[in-house]
Design a protein around this ligand. Structure first.
Ligand code: GRF
Length: 202
């Protein structure tokens, strides 16, 4: 069902940025559709990767998609174009969902405390790339996922919500990533719901 049908004109408008398969974007879109994130709409999905497989999943759900490639531009120029698109769509909250670029300060300043990211570890443990592999290499018995506000630090902004996931003796990067991903999908929807509720009360 196209999302707009269930949406009131005063709904919070969420923009999701992806670079790949977009399963967290799908989880957010489906949570909105199913009424688990009330009074919200995923108004646009933006990617820097024209081949991102998540694009088709957004289109199937009737969500507008935009491809804004970096090619031949500085980070500032690229981010400025994305910010302009988000403003044009009147986006209230930006959700990074597997978006593989660091945001410029100009982007951060355009959406103060209105940009969320999801990361597959219990931050501040294992920031950066390959956190599931980091957890296994360190012999951790527990990992999980974190939704946090994005600031100028790497995966270091204020934490909104976290969920633990046990690590098993026979876990591989793939099996651990899959178990964490299941929790990511639930956690991101819950966290967006909390943040939008707070915005509503402001
Ligand atoms: C997720 O594990 C997310 O936590 C990390 O990148 C992955 C993206 O997966 N930031 P998907 O594109 O949402 O399926």
């Amino acid at each position: 069902m196209p999302q707009d049908k269930a949406v009131s004109s005063s709904a919070f408008r969420v923009g999701v940025l992806i670079s790949g398969r977009g399963s967290n974007m799908v989880a957010l879109a489906d949570a909105v559709r199913d009424g688990k994130i009330p009074n919200a709409e995923v108004a646009v999905v933006i990617t820097d990767q024209p081949n991102a497989t998540g694009l088709a999943k957004a289109n199937e759900r009737g969500i507008e998609t935009l491809v804004i490639q970096r090619a031949g531009r500085t980070r500032q120029e690229h981010d400025r174009e994305i910010v302009n698109a988000l403003h044009a769509k009147k986006i209230d909250l930006v959700c990074l969902a597997g978006y593989m670029r660091v945001l410029s300060s100009e982007f951060l300043n355009a959406f103060p405390r209105r940009i969320l990211n999801i990361h597959p570890s219990l931050l501040p443990s294992f920031p950066g790339l390959n956190p599931q592999a980091q957890a296994l290499e360190q012999g951790a018995r527990v990992s999980g996922c974190t939704v946090h506000f994005v600031d100028e630090t790497l995966d270091g902004g204020p934490i909104v919500a976290q969920r633990e996931v046990p690590i098993r003796d026979d876990d591989t990067i793939e099996s651990l990533s899959a178990r964490i991903l299941i929790e990511e999908h639930k956690l991101y929807a819950d966290a967006v719901n909390m943040v939008l509720r707070d915005l509503h009360e402001d």
